[in-house]
Structure formats: C-alpha cells, structure tokens
Design a protein around this ligand. Structure first.
Ligand code: C2E
Ligand code: MG
Ligand code: MG
Length: 768
C-alpha cells in the first residue's frame, strides 16, 4: 500500500488570507466611518478573488485523485459554480468602481451568472447518491428524510414564513414564493447532506460545502448589526468565507480515505419530532393562534401529527427489523452450535458431542458403545474416488441411524469410524446385529456393498468415556482380526494385541537402525529338471531375543507405521547387490531373475521409482533381471499406482502378480496392469495331486490352475506355481502345463550362501 499523500494546503491558505484581508478591510472601513482604506469599491474585489481560488482548489483536486463518476460530476458542477460566481461578482465589482462612491446594485448579467451558479450547485448536491443500495434501506432513508424535512419545514414555516404572510403589511407574492422556495431548498439540502454517507463525495467535504449556505445568514446578521445595507459587509467580510469553505472541502476530499464511512443519520427524525414540538407548544400557549380562520396554528398541529405518525411507522419498521435481526442471530447461534457438534458430511453427531453424551450417560448409569469401522474403505476412496467415498459414508450414516433406531444415537467419530451410544442398556447385541444386517445389501446410489467390523463394550457408572471407547476399539480390532464383516463383544485382554502392535512398531524402528533384518532367498525352479532359474527374496528379522521372526508377524506393522518404506528399500538394495554378485560369479544363465516383494505403501512413496533405478545402477544389475512381486490388492490402488507400475515396466523391470487367484478381480486386472509373470497361489496347489474324482474342492483347485495357465499362455505371461510341497504336485502341475515352480519341496528359503552353494553344485553338474 502506498502512504497517503498529504493534500496541498496552498489554496486553503490563499483563500484564508483573502477572507482575513476582507474582514480587516471592512473593520477599518467601519472604524474610519466609511472613508478609510480608499474607495468603497475595493470591498467588492474579495468575493471574485476568493471564488477563483475555490475553483482552482477544486480543479487541482479533481486532477489529483481518481473519482467515481458521480463524484466527478459533483465537483465539476461545483467548479463551474465557482467560476460563474467569480464572473458575476467581477461584474458587480466593475460597477462598484464605475459608480463609486454610490453602492452598486447587482447588474442583471451578474445576477444571471450567480443565479446559474446556485442552480448548478443545488443540482450537484441533489445528484450525489446517498451510498445506500438496497431498496429496503433506500425506503427507510426516504421515510427518515421525509420526517426530517417535514419537521424542518414546520419550524421554518411557523417562525419564519408565517409571520411574514400574516403580517399587517405582507410581502409581495414573488418575494414570498422565493422565500418559500429557499426554505424548502434549505430544508431539503440539510436533510440530504445529513444522510450522505459512504457515497462518492466525502461526508465532511459535503458538509463544509453545504455550510456555505450559512454565510447568507451571516450577511443578514451583519446587515442588521452594521446598520449598512447588507451588500458591502457581505461582499467584504462574510461571503468570501464560502470560497474558503470550498477550498477546505476540496482538500478534505483529496485526503479522504477509501474506507467506508459511517452510515446514515439516526437521530435526525427524533430531532425533527422535538423540533415540531416547539411550534406546537407555541401554538398551544398563545391564544391568538386559535379561533375561526386561524388556520396557521392548525397547519402546525396537522404537520406535527403527521411527523409523529411517520415516526410511529418508522418505529414499527425498526421494530420489525430488530425482530428479524434477533431471529437471524438466534438462527446463526443455533447453526454454529449445530456445526460445532455435528459432522458436516453426514449430519451425525461428531466425536465431541458423542463423548459428551457418553459422559452424561456414564454419570447416571452404565453405558454401552458400539464402535463401527468400514472394512477396506481406503480401497473405495483410492479406486473409485473421494466423491464416491463420501456418498458411501453418507449412505452408511443413514443406514446406521436406522439400525440404531430408538435404542441408540449414532455418531461419526472420524473418517470411516462410526459409533452408536446404546441408550437401551440390554439392546447392545440387537443394535450390533441390526448394523450387520444393514450391510448385507448394497447401499448408496452406487449400489456398493460395504462391510463393517464392530466392537461392543459396556461400562459401569463412573467409568471414564475414553476407557469405554478403548475397550470398544479393542473389540472392533478383534473383529477385524477374525476376518472382518462381523462384530465382537469386548472381553478383558482384548487390548493386548493392539498394545503388542504398538510395541512392535517401536521395536521395528530400533531393529532397522540396528541392522537386524536379513534377506533370505527361496529358489524358483524348473519343474522338469529341478534347475534353479531364479529366486524370491524374503525378509527376516533376526530378533536378539526371539530369533528369526517371520514377515507375517511384522510386515503388517511395518506397513501401518510406514517403516515398510525404508525396510523395503533395504531389501531391494540388498537383493540387487546379491544378484549382481551371483551374475558376476556364475554368468548370465545361472540365475535369470531375482524377485523381492513390494508393498503398496512403497508404491505410494514418491521416490520409489528413483530408488529402484538407483539400486540397479549402483550395483550394475540389468533391469530385466529384476522382478517385483506385487499383490492384487496393492495393484488395485488407483491411477497413481498404475502410473508408477507403467514407469517401472518402461524401465525394463518385470512385474509379477503374487498370490494370483485369491483376489476378487484377478482376471480383469491383467488387462490394465503390465504384468509379465503370474504366481499361482499356494492355496490352488495344496491338494492338487489328490486324485479323488468328484471331490468338489480338488476339482475346483484343478479348474483354477488350468484356467490360470490357459489365460497366462493366451496373454503371453510366464507362470510360477507357489507352495509346492511334494513330487506328486510337481507332476500334476507339469501335466497341467506349468514349467516353473517354488516351494519347500524344491528349496526352502535360505541364506545367500546356501543358494551360492546350490548354484555352484549346478555348475559342476553341468560341466560334468
Ligand atoms: P509371498 O510373497 O507369497 O512369499 C511366499 C511365502 O510362502 C514365503 O513366506 C515363503 O517362505 C512361503 N513358502 C514358500 N514355499 C512354501 C511351501 O512350500 N509351503 C509353505 N507352507 N510355505 C511356503 P514368508 O517368507 O513367511 O513370507 C510371507 C509373506 O510376507 C510373503 O508372501 C510376502 O507377501 C511377505 N514378505 C516377505 N518378505 C517381504 C518383503 O521383503 N517385503 C514385503 N513387502 N513383503 C514381504
Ligand atoms: Mg512373493
Ligand atoms: Mg505368494
């Protein structure tokens, strides 16, 4: 913001000097008995001079500040008015010198110029908008101004005009009509100027300019006091003040800030009521106003009654407005209260309100809480988008409220976590069953099937709310552990797995820093000849107290805590290093691929692709020797993941679909996903060798195994059969068309040295 520039003072100072000179000249003139200071005509020079200065002040201001249209028009009219005055009074001054020492009367041309100036100025004031925009506000303002105008006119009438009209020697009709018009204009201008606010013309500038009208009153006063006819004192000592006021107004406008100004004038209507009371009292207490034909007094009373009635209307309008504002305020407060305690998406109570209700319930008796969590909601969000996720949450919130019915109050605690405070103590199980039943059918406009896991916990009076919530949470996690889509009632000890998980998270961090992780390698073997073709890299945790810990135990915790990212990076680099070493030692044909596992959290890591490239470059491993094993659920995580997979594919790295056949959309996946290898899940290999025709399980397994190999062949993908534990399985798989496999029967996961030994043996055998 630029600092406000102080408007120039030179015009104000010049105008003030002229005014001062005028006053001094006039005083000297009076004190010397009307002979001092040279000819009387000199007194007529101040007015044209000061008006020229006023015009220049307005002009300079107009050029210095950007004004809106209405403001520009007002000041332009005022400037023109100043020039007209200046010209008119110059003509008067010329006559003054011509006819000196006789006082001149206004020449007709001068009168026309000055009269036009007055009309322009009045027009300018009338045109200034009031800075109020709405119809309602404008109507209110008109009412106020009518009241003020009527009050003003009544006073002017009773004390000013009526005595002249009713005087024994009344004024001429033309003089009277001019007087009436002037009074009307004066009253109108006063009310108008009082209401100008926030408009294009600065409020104070407007008042300064409007008060130039008062200089006329000064003329009349001086005329009476001085004993001279009003023209000379007015010309010399009083009217030049109007030029100073205009210069001051222009300066004020130039320095005006753009900040909104105070609006409206609230006290003017009340002042008008007080004002009309004065003529009314005068009429009441002076008998001469009453009696037949005394219409002036009646007019005053009628006017006073009208003013009072209008004020009553105004009061009523204000009352209505106040009631409306009060209603709006109450509605606002109600809305804010609701917003603070409710979830904006679903409209259910939020966590704060839920806790408050739970606390109240626990204060007066026992309480039961059902904690409900949507299963795999993140997958919906990631694969179908957040809008679908939101509609699903809203639909579920409705279903939950319905299921709770009269027995409980539903709330949304966070993300996909909901709760029901069961208000009928013995209805906990019923509510849980109803919630489960509600999720057996598809919900929301997208007809999605959601599953939920829920935990039920009750507490005795006096238990802290957070304890009940912890218990319900432990029960909910137990439900998830037991395969999701069910509910479990809390039993003591249930929180232990959760606590163990939390401990595990901390332990993992320490183990990563301490270098307790190892990579083991399980051979991937040709089924016909038993030759090692590649190896899967599997991580192990060499725990200082517990010995080797299986990944099934710690991978989920590592994924939850995000530690899988650094851990996975370690496995990837170690695998590439080892594979490059084997490549150098045994040549390109001994081990064609090395396959570490990658979890979904790693795919979401923005550095993942760069990490893979760095690992390959750092150890000089050709990209086509690296196979990344991914599970279907990982691959299903939306566009971002798909982009990463295509980047890896373009780099030359191969991708394998792990545990193939266990997911829900295995087949459709193969179209969008750049896989090179599918790994038939162990569950389809288990029992495949059992030849019991008609056993549905064995039939189904064989059917899947056959379908997978046919599909892979059709799409040009390699296959690996996982979890082979016997020679019978090898033979059955060979007959189905599988050529590559992995399993305890073909080789258990072991250290790098174990695999080195096996590769060395294979080389010796080949040489022999
Ligand atoms: P997976 O990728 O499907 O790995 C195959 C699992 O099956 C390995 O278990 C392996 O030891 C086991 N297995 C192989 N052949 C047989 C068999 O004939 N019979 C039986 N019963 N099991 C067999 P492991 O090493 O316990 O790994 C379990 C899972 O943990 C892996 O399944 C993989 O999903 C995950 N995992 C292992 N290492 C890593 C890793 O470094 N990163 C990530 N993200 N996940 C890993
Ligand atoms: Mg694997
Ligand atoms: Mg697998």
């Amino acid at each position: 913001m630029t600092a406000a520039v102080r408007p120039p003072r030179r015009f104000v100072l010049t105008a003030a000097t002229i005014v001062l000179l005028g006053v001094l000249w006039y005083l000297a003139w009076v004190l010397t008995g009307g002979t001092g200071m040279g000819t009387m005509a000199v007194g007529y020079l101040f007015m044209p001079a000061v008006m020229t200065v006023g015009a220049m002040a307005v002009r300079s201001m107009r050029r210095a500040v950007p004004l809106v249209r209405a403001g520009r028009r007002f000041w332009l009219l005022l400037e023109a008015c100043c020039y007209l005055f200046s010209a008119g009074f110059t003509l008067l001054a010329v006559d003054a010198f011509r006819f000196a020492p006789v006082a001149p009367s206004m020449p007709p041309a001068g009168a026309v110029l000055i009269g036009s100036g007055v009309v322009l100025a009045m027009w300018g004031v009338v045109q200034v908008p009031l800075g109020v925009t709405s119809w309602y506000e404008r109507g209110k303002q008109w009412l106020d101004r009518t009241i003020a105008l009527l009050g003003c006119c009544t006073v002017l009438w009773h004390f000013g005009v009526a005595p002249m009209v009713l005087a024994p020697e009344p004024w001429t009709t033309s003089a009277l009509s001019i007087l009436l018009l002037a009074c009307g204009f004066a009253a109108g201008a006063i009310t108008k100027v009082s209401y100008i606010a926030g408009g294009p013309v600065d409020r104070t500038a407007m008042r300064l300019i409007a008060s130039t009208g008062l200089t006329a009153a000064g003329v009349a006063l001086l005329a009476v006091l001085g004993g001279y006819d009003g023209i000379l004192p007015g010309q010399a000592a009083c009217m030049p003040l109007s030029g100073l006021l205009i210069a001051l107004g222009a300066r004020r406008q130039q320095g005006a800030s753009a900040a909104p100004q105070r609006t409206g004038n609230v006290w003017l209507p009340y002042l008008a009521v007080l004002a009309v009371d004065v003529p009314v009292a005068d009429v009441l207490f002076r008998a001469e106003h009453w009696g037949p034909g005394k219409w002036e007094g009646r007019l005053v009373v009628v006017s006073a009654v009208t003013v009072t009635a209008l004020v009553a209307v105004r009061q009523y309008v204000a009352f209505r407005e106040n009631s409306r504002l009060l209603r709006e305020k109450q509605a606002d407060e109600e809305r804010l209260r609701h917003e603070a305690t409710h979830d904006p998406l679903t409209g259910l109570a939020n966590r704060a309100l839920f806790k408050q209700r739970l606390e109240t319930a626990l204060g007066s008796g026992s309480a039961t809480v059902l904690l409900v969590d949507l299963d795999d909601f993140k997958t919906v969000n990631d694969s179908l988008g957040h809008d679908v996720g939101d509609t699903l949450l809203v639909a579920f919130a409705g279903a939950l409220s319905d299921a709770a019915g009269a027995d409980g109050e539903a709330a949304r605690l966070a993300g996909d976590e909901f709760a029901v405070l069961v208000t009928t103590p013995e209805a906990g199980e019923c509510v849980a069953e109803r919630v489960m039943a509600a999720t057996t059918v598809p919900i929301s406009t997208h007809r999605l099937l959601v599953h939920v896991s829920a935990g039920l916990a009750s507490a005795l009076p006096g238990t802290v709310p957070s304890q009940v919530l912890r218990d319900a949470d432990a029960a909910m996690h137990a439900a998830k552990q037991r395969g999701k889509a069910n509910w479990v009632r809390y039993a003591s000890g249930m929180e232990q797995p959760a606590q163990a998980h939390a401990r595990l998270g901390g332990d993992l961090r320490r183990a990563l820093d301490a270098g307790e992780f190892r990579v083991v390698y399980q051979p991937i073997v040709g089924l016909a000849d038993g030759r090692v073709l590649g190896a899967e890299a599997l991580v192990r945790w060499a725990h200082p107290e517990r010995g080797l810990v299986s990944p099934a135990e710690f991978i989920p915790a590592a994924e939850r805590t995000g530690l899988i990212v650094p851990l996975g990076r370690y496995v990837l680099r170690e695998t590439c290093r080892q594979a490059a070493q084997w490549l150098a030692e045994f040549g390109p044909d001994a081990l064609t691929k090395i396959a570490p596992n990658v979890s979904v959290r790693q795919l979401h890591d923005p550095d993942f692709v760069a990490d893979v490239r760095a690992a390959l470059d750092d150890y000089g491993l050709p990209p086509e020797r690296l196979v990344l094993e991914l599970t279907e659920s990982a691959v299903l995580r939306g566009q971002q993941v798909l982009r990463v997979l295509h980047e890896l594919h373009d780099m030359g790295v191969r991708l394998a679909l792990d545990d193939f056949g266990t997911g829900e959309s295995s087949l459709s996946l193969l179209r969008s996903f750049p896989a090179a290898i599918v790994k038939l899940d162990k569950s389809f290999v288990d029992g495949i060798e059992l030849d019991e025709p008609g056993t549905p399980a064995a039939d189904a397994r064989q059917a899947v195994a056959r379908a997978v190999i046919q599909l892979a062949d059709a799409l040009g993908l390699d296959t690996v059969a996982e979890g082979i534990e016997s020679q019978e399985q090898v033979e059955r798989l060979l007959r189905l068309g599988y050529t590559v496999g992995q399993g305890y029967h073909l080789g258990r996961p072991g250290s790098a040295e174990d695999l080195t030994a096996r590769l060395a043996g294979q080389r010796t055998a080949a040489a022999a």
